[in-house]
Ligand binder design. Structure first.
Ligand code: GAR
Length: 199
């Protein structure tokens, strides 16, 4: 008897070039992820991630930050309209107030081995610069459930990469991003598997 594969509905939140979104688009299309991207929410106009979403024929909503007092509310109203199982933060750069109906349903990927090199101001290139300045010999990425603080929340998985003596922020970023391309799909598969077991 054929078993029914669980397919998670994912809404992806982007603030930048959308390379994380592109990886998820490619993995879902290659059937490497039991998931469907049902919507994309962008925090700025003019970012390349919006072009990637459009090229993949995904519905995109842009929600500008201002007025900031209602930002999270407006984001989750747009998210709710897409009826996702999970929200995927993909190069997302803003702190969100997660409403109770989305608690434990928002995932983030961060380009370091949290809790190291996380927190306010620690994103993208800043993380890799700080890792190199610290003399660390190992870095990596972390997929975790987001809560209402920067880069905290239960960790789903981490992947390590070496830091080489010859590394620049760019070469380290490229190695970490390659690890992210495996880690995010792996974390989503893990969650999909867990959900199918608990029904
Ligand atoms: C990734 O390295 C991701 O870990 C980082 O942004 C990059 C992807 O951006 N996210 C953060 O630093 C969040 N704290 P992109 O998907 O826009 O290309």
């Amino acid at each position: 008897m054929a078993s029914q594969k669980p397919s998670l509905r994912l809404t992806v939140l982007i603030s930048g070039s959308g390379s994380t979104l592109q990886n998820l688009i490619d993995r879902t299309r290659a059937a490497e992820l039991p998931a469907t991207i049902v919507g994309v929410v962008a925090s700025r106009v003019g970012i390349f991630g919006i072009e990637r979403a459009k090229q993949a024929h995904l519905p995109v909503t842009v929600i500008e930050r201002k007025p900031t007092a209602t930002f999270s509310e407006r984001i989750f109203a747009a998210v709710r309209a897409t009826e996702p199982d999970f929200v995927i933060l993909a190069g997302w750069l803003h702190l969100l107030e997660i409403p109770t109906d989305f608690e434990n349903r928002v995932l983030n990927i961060h380009p370091s081995l949290l809790p190291a090199f996380g927190g306010p101001g620690m994103y993208g290139r800043h993380v890799h610069e700080a890792v190199l300045a610290s003399g660390a010999t190992v870095s990596g990425c972390t997929v975790h459930f987001a809560d209402n603080t920067y880069d905290t929340g239960p960790i789903v998985l981490q992947r390590q990469v070496p830091v080489l003596k010859s590394d620049t922020p760019d070469t380290l970023a490229a190695r970490v991003q390659a690890a992210e391309c495996e880690a995010y799909p792996e974390a989503i598969r893990k969650i999909a598997g867990f959900r199918s077991r608990i029904g």
